[in-house]
Design a protein around this ligand. Structure first.
Ligand SMILES: [Zn+2]
Length: 420
């Protein structure tokens, strides 16, 4: 009760609505592929009220001078696993859910989520492998105001055909993968699994479709899509190739996650049906650490060039894309956000222009996450989630690594030294 009261107090609006006025050197609008110099952004009660070149600054407003900075919408990553760190090399994929409790996983998730907000990621879609709904509790703790973290949309447990992402576990060990997967076979079990995840707070349904020789049928995918869409939430499908991918496209899921072996014909069907690709386009250095992830992935030397080629084809064909990193490793001295920014080099290598990368990281990701009427662009009526940096990311997308001001819901969570 005390905690509930504390959270209500933290969420209570201030007695006097304080207007914040940002003087921006330039504002980037990825949704329209444009940018405008010398803009003023007015923010009231956490929301953007006006943006433009001739917007007067009201008397008494708090002015934030970003006149030498480039301002963009807050960044989004549509495929994270904040509670997960894989053991390097070819260790069995299952090892982390035998060795770590839901509590430890939740604390790791909170640590990582707070770190990535400090780098400019104001929204995350966390797609499972979070023990017993640990990431849902991270979300609740952040939403209650106990910790400063990004907006989180989480999937709860991953729904998969029997066995989750395990293979060849002896019967004597039991179905321990149910720690973070729901076994669901046939439309009726899938409907039950989707409802279970929604009950526990899922904002997206995540299916793994082709980890084992058996995979979901069109009918099974349709059951998931029907249940999820009726509750107003999207369906994300982990799938690499082949029949399972065809079935997911046919059933009208919202996003294909990974899709490393997507053919041009499949990409065209995705484009026609408005299905997003969340490519999780791993850089080679990360693949070298992950290895084959216990036999789930092809060797890094095979997969790395394949990913660049698939991303290039997807962009050329015009499939809608949301940035998703799938970062599941740690590197000494680097935050998880540093590792997420490593994926930008892959997008660049695939020839995707900076504006298109930014769109995948902001407004298009927001559309996939079904939050585009709330956040994802710098426009009147939207939540004030934005980032600022001294160098233009449209000249070099790597300039996103130099973000020095971050605002979430109108509150500055990090500011440049000059503004302290
Ligand atoms: Zn993943």
């Amino acid at each position: 009760m005390k905690a509930l009261l504390a959270s209500l107090l933290l969420l209570a609006p201030p007695a006097f609505a304080q207007v914040v006025a940002i003087r921006a050197g330039a504002v980037i609008d990825p949704a329209h592929g444009s940018s405008a110099r010398d803009q003023v952004i007015l923010i009231e009660n956490g929301k953007i009220s006006r943006v433009g070149g001739a917007v007067p600054i009201p008397a008494g407003a708090v002015v934030v001078d970003l006149s030498h900075e480039w301002v963009a919408p807050g960044l989004m990553d549509a495929h994270t696993h904040m509670t997960l760190t894989e053991i390097a090399g070819d260790a069995p994929f299952e090892s982390f859910y035998l060795n770590q409790s839901s509590t430890l996983r939740g604390l790791r998730g909170l640590h990582n989520a707070m770190a990535v907000l400090q780098a400019g990621f104001t929204t995350l879609r966390d797609v499972g492998n979070s023990a017993e709904w640990a990431m849902s509790d991270v979300r609740r703790a952040i939403d209650a105001g106990w910790f400063e973290g990004p907006t989180i949309i989480d999937s709860g447990k991953i729904i998969a055909p029997f066995g989750g992402q395990s293979r060849d576990i002896p019967p004597r060990q039991g179905p321990f993968w149910q720690f973070e997967y729901i076994d669901a076979d046939g439309p009726a079990e899938i409907r039950k699994a989707v409802r279970t995840d929604i009950y526990y707070g899922a904002g997206v349904i995540k299916l793994v479709a082709d980890n084992n020789p058996y995979h979901y049928s069109v009918e099974e995918f349709r059951a998931a899509v029907d249940e999820a869409h009726r509750a107003g939430i999207p369906v994300a499908v982990h799938v690499y190739a082949g029949d399972a991918l065809d079935n997911a496209i046919e059933a009208g899921v919202d996003s294909i996650e990974h899709g490393f072996d997507l053919t041009d014909a499949q990409l065209k069907r995705m484009k026609d049906k408005g299905i997003f690709l969340v490519g999780t386009d791993f850089p080679r250095a990360h693949l070298d650490i992950v290895g084959t992830s216990g036999g789930i992935l092809p060797p890094p030397a095979v997969l790395a060039p394949k990913i660049i080629d698939r991303l290039r084809r997807a962009h050329r064909i015009g499939v809608r894309m949301a940035f998703g990193s799938d970062t599941v490793i740690d590197m000494p001295g680097r935050t998880r956000a540093d590792l997420m920014f490593d994926y930008l080099a892959v997008w660049r290598a695939a020839g995707v222009p900076p504006m298109d990368i930014l769109r995948a990281m902001t407004s298009d990701a927001a559309e996939l996450l079904r939050i585009n009427k709330v956040r994802g662009s710098i426009g009147a009526g939207l939540s004030a989630d934005l980032v600022a940096m001294p160098a233009n990311p449209l000249d070099d997308i790597e300039n996103l690594r130099k973000i020095d001001l971050i605002m979430k819901n109108g509150a500055i969570v990090r500011r440049p030294a000059a503004l302290h």
